[in-house]
Every structure is written in C-alpha cells, then in structure tokens.
Design a protein around this ligand. Structure first.
Ligand code: 4H4
Length: 234
C-alpha cells in the first residue's frame, strides 16, 4: 500500500517510522510519503490559509496549494481522505475497508477548516471522533496505525487482529501473562487448566459480559449464537 500525506507539519508523522509500522515500511509492505503543501503555495509569503469570505472567526485552508500539491504525484484510483470533524466517524470497519486499498491519500488541515472546493478532490471525509483538534495530523497518525496493522504481514506471526476488540464484533476478553500470582492478583484457574474448550467458553462469556456492560450497542449488530445467548443468561 502507498500512503501519501498532505500536511504542513510532515515531522508529525515520524511516529509511523517506529515499531511495527516502521518495520512494515522496511519490509516494503507499505510506503509512506509526506508532501508539504506549503511548498506549492503560489504567493511570496507561502501562505496556505486565508480569511473566510463573508467574515467570521478563524482561517481556512486555501484550495490552490492543496490542488497543486495533489497534482504533483500520481493518485489515480486512490482513496483521497479529508480529515474533518464533520466527516464520517472512523471505525474498525472503515479501517478494514481502507486496508484493502492500493493507495490512500490523507489531506490534513489546520486552523479552522477548508475551502469547500477542496472537497471536490476528496473521496472520503472522515473524523476521528466528536471533538475538534488543532490539526488533522494526529487523527491521520491514528487512522494510518489502525488501517496498516490490518494489512497481511504487518503484525507478523507473533500478533494477530482476528480477536481484537471490535474486529470480532465484541470487546476483547481479559488477558493475562506471567506470573500466575502477582502481588496476590491471580490468573483465573480456567486459563491454567489447559482445557481448551473451557477456556474458549470462558473467553466468550467474558467478552459478552464486557460488551454488555460497556458497549451494549455492539450487541445490536452482533449475531448472537444460541451458545452466546445461554452464556449471557447465566
Ligand atoms: C476542521 C478544525 C474543521 C475545525 C478542523 C473545523 C479532526 C477530527 C479535526 C483541524 C481541523 C481539525 N480531523 N478528525 N476530529 N471550523 N481537525 O478536528 O469545521 O469546526 O479528523 S470546523
């Protein structure tokens, strides 16, 4: 996957060179390239924003630097994603959908928003959540993390995303590692039993309980098996 990021703060994306995403780039599974659209501003002061027509607070990103920056690299058939609080709320399902694309382009705005004409370039307007950030960069880092970890080979054999919270449709069950007893806090006996069927049932019940307590909305779209219904009753 090729990921192009339009931002006037390219240094905000260095976290993507660390850890598993950094390794995925070294393995050639993904290529991340940042483009500073300030380099494409056609004014001497290199301004990329201006006051809104009609008055009002704040500054808006001008269309010209964004359009010319986007014209500067191939992006046919790419999903062009505008980070905007007014966009569709990002989700694991959206991450899964975008993880199958060959190229993603992220347009990260600052200040108070975008000239509306920028949206003619865009295939998806996506928000990280119902809050307003100083810029789209932090949101893009989170989305790229969530998307690229789903690309086969990125997580490597030592980790997988099949049982992730949300991927399975339920919140993840409680997990434990060594030691068995840490300051009197013990690992549940079932996990030490080696009885795989009992462990599977315990994990399903714990996922259902946690989901029911914290995110009952997820159960509206989760197709409960008879076993899951029985486990929820007891
Ligand atoms: C855009 C701020 C629009 C305010 C912005 C407005 C997010 C988010 C974000 C910098 C840009 C803000 N990006 N998810 N949430 N005037 N970006 O907040 O429409 O309120 O992705 S405005």
């Amino acid at each position: 996957m090729k990921i192009d990021i339009l931002s006037i703060f390219p240094e905000m994306f260095t976290p993507l060179n660390q850890s598993m995403i950094g390794k995925a780039q070294e393995k050639g599974l993904i290529t991340i390239e940042t483009h500073d659209f300030r380099d494409f501003a056609d004014n001497k002061q290199r301004h990329v924003d201006d006051m809104p027509y009609g008055g009002g607070q704040g500054m808006l990103l001008m269309p010209q630097p964004i359009f010319d920056c986007l014209d500067n690299f191939p992006h046919e058939n790419a999903r062009v994603i505008l980070l905007d609080p007014a966009g569709e709320t990002f989700s694991q399902q959206k991450a899964k959908e975008l993880s199958t694309e060959n190229q993603l382009v992220f347009i990260c705005g600052h200040y108070e928003g975008f000239d509306e004409r920028i949206k003619t370039l865009v295939t998806d307007e996506i928000s990280l959540g119902d809050y307003v950030l100083t810029g789209g960069e932090a949101a893009a880092v989170v989305m790229i993390d969530a998307i690229t970890r789903l690309i086969p080979g990125v997580l490597g054999k030592e980790a997988s995303h099949e049982d992730d919270s949300f991927s399975s449709g339920l919140l993840e069950y409680p997990q434990y590692t060594r030691p068995e007893d840490f300051r009197g806090l013990k690992v549940p006996d079932v996990l030490l039993s080696g009885h795989h069927e009992n462990i599977r049932k315990w994990r399903l019940k714990e996922s259902l309980k946690k989901t029911m307590e914290r995110r009952p909305d997820l159960l509206e779209t989760y197709s409960l098996t008879q076993e899951a219904r029985d486990l929820l009753k007891h």
